[in-house]
Design a protein around this ligand. Structure first.
Ligand code: CA2
Length: 142
């Protein structure tokens, strides 16, 4: 079975608790339940959330070493700042889909640049939590 990692970055542990008009009311636990339900028997999903850039980098390298089939990454605000995460993705040589719950291009200008998207196979932005489902479906076909 394909092993796919779902990686969420800073502050996404607060999903469903603030700013529901942007991010909705579902929590990260709700997302995990929904993804596990959809992909039961089809993919082995591993979930990671961290507020720490270095930990995200270590986990991405670990998924590469463990020969995962793909990554789904919402790097949160690190998307817009982290050359180190981009380098980790490039070094991992794994298919990766960057996901943003909100449409980053409808928001502040500083969110319009993703340093990590060029190191990914694809980027989904603005589909809400459906973006994670679409990303896993894509990776299962890749
Ligand atoms: O739209 C996305 O998924 C983002 O990656 C979310 C990040 C933001 O910095 C990016 O520009 C776009 C922010 C995640 C913070 O999420 C929270 C959700 C609920 C309550 C508090 C924070």
């Amino acid at each position: 079975m394909k092993k796919i990692a779902i990686i969420n970055g800073p502050n996404l542990d607060r999903l469903g608790q603030r700013e529901p008009e942007i991010y909705g009311r579902a929590t990260l636990a709700d997302l995990e339940r929904a993804l596990r339900a959809e992909f039961a028997g089809a993919a082995e999903l591993t979930f990671v959330q961290s507020n720490h850039e270095g930990e995200l980098i270590d986990r991405i390298a670990g998924f590469a070493d463990a020969k995962f089939s793909g990554l789904v990454l919402n790097a949160g605000a690190f998307t817009h700042t982290s050359v180190a995460l981009r380098d980790a993705l490039l070094g991992a040589h794994l298919p990766a889909v960057e996901v943003h719950i909100s449409n980053i291009y409808k928001r502040e200008e500083f969110r319009h640049t993703s340093l990590t998207a060029p190191a990914c196979t694809a980027m989904i932005s603005g589909l809400g939590l459906e973006g994670y489902h679409a990303a896993v479906r894509f990776l299962l076909k890749a």
